[in-house]
Design a binder for this molecule. Sequence first.
Ligand code: NDP
Length: 495
Amino acid sequence: MSDIALLPQVEAFLRRDHGLFIDGHYVPSQSSQTLEVINPATGKVIATVIDAQAADIELAVASARHGFKQWSQTAPAVRGNVLLKLADLLEQNREELAQIETCQSGKIIQISRAFEVDQAAHFLRYYAGWATKISGQTLTPSLPSFAGERYTAFTLREPVGVVVGIVPWNFSTMIAIWKLASALVTGCSIIIKPSEFTPLTLLRIAELAVQAGLPAGVLNVLTGGGQVGKGLIEHPGTDKVSFTGSVPTGIAVGRAAMGAGLTRATLELGGKNAAAFLRDVPLETAVNGIIEAGFLHSGQICAAAERFFVHRSQINPVMEALAQRLSALNIGSPLDERTEFGPVTHRQHQAKLEGFFATARAENNTIIYGGQPMDRPGCYVEPTVILANSINDTLLTEETFGPIATFLPYDDEDELLALMNHTAGGLSASLWTNDLGKALRMVPAINAGTVWVNMHTLLDPAVPFGGNKSSGIGREFGNAFIEDYTELKSVMMRY
Ligand code: NDP
């Protein structure tokens, strides 16, 4: 097993004295606070970035307000073309971006290439198409005419203004691109605050955005901790926050946004998603489905399943076959192209997952496979399979955001639906069966923003995505994002 060689431009990028990206170029901070970026596969510091402070927030907001003025007046077709050009540039710099991402997040290189670059480019092109298709309606008012006068009305979709995009560490590029594309295509400007654990790839993409023709100030990137996001939301010069992250932080963000004079808020939050296998599913399909639903990117995907429901008659064979499959996984360095399972993204997350292993044991859950940190440098934990005792066990109620699949058997489908819905969140769920009629009858009874049948986790820009219940407010993708990034203005006329 051996790592791919880092490209010279990746080495050079990591060595840079990273600034904040404000008004179309890197600028030093107004203060001297910094944060270290650590490669979770090695535990080594790979770069240092600025921990932005209040004075930096002022500069970024002023820049974004200026950018908004120009960009909101830019012709829609021109806006779309910039996104198309940026998609091309992502692809032209694919390997460089993928390697930077893998070094900062521990994501295996194949996932960095396929999702953080290729999928991000695919999303950009999808959004670019919307640039020329966002419009209002012509309406006929219902007022009676008193003296022969007539009325007509129409609506305009106007950009909401300066958007604050707050991004988590699991897909630092792709999620940032969702927010950037939604904002730019509707005529908004944006300030993005990446996670303190994974700020690097976006700093490089900001440069590419300028190369793509984006005017100064339309995209700004402020690195730093959570206080940067809070400061941006509370600033009177920002108009909307698009947040992706955990439920507790999302609630704090929502409160801050409302307190800041009803700043608009889209919240894409976590969940405790279910995957349910009906009796007709063959064993191999079930095992493949569980791997797809629960273990991709070490389970660090908001839409991944963490609660698995299998019919009581099949639970033991499924778990045995799953344990066997996991034991054959190629676990190793994320820069080795043969690796199938890498580290989790940061030390605190690794510690949190180890805490879940301890809780499972304390609650007398059965650890079928894994359940330990791995004896190697870096933030590795074993892929883990747990059999719970009750739907109220911690491992079936709290989001782990890691490679831990927790199972509970069910006896009939009414009970199954109740178990699937027994959760505070409602981001996603999947049903696995060859009985399509049964699946379509069950789908309406599942309380989740997305329900997949015979698949899990795959997101498509044409299909709206977002959470029910505590998993969030608002939808991304499809045409659903337009409502969240624009205000509807009504114009009424008498003649
Ligand atoms: P967090 O909620 O901890 O952080 C998300 C972002 O918010 C980070 O950039 C963080 O900054 C920032 N932040 C922290 N505190 C505040 C605050 N008070 N005000 C404003 N911003 C703040 O989530 P994680 O980064 O740990 O990501 C994992 C979570 O994200 C999981 O719960 C997962 O389910 C969810 N998620 C949801 C998705 C969805 O689409 N529904 C997609 C992906 C993930 P910093 O980290 O720099 O401190």
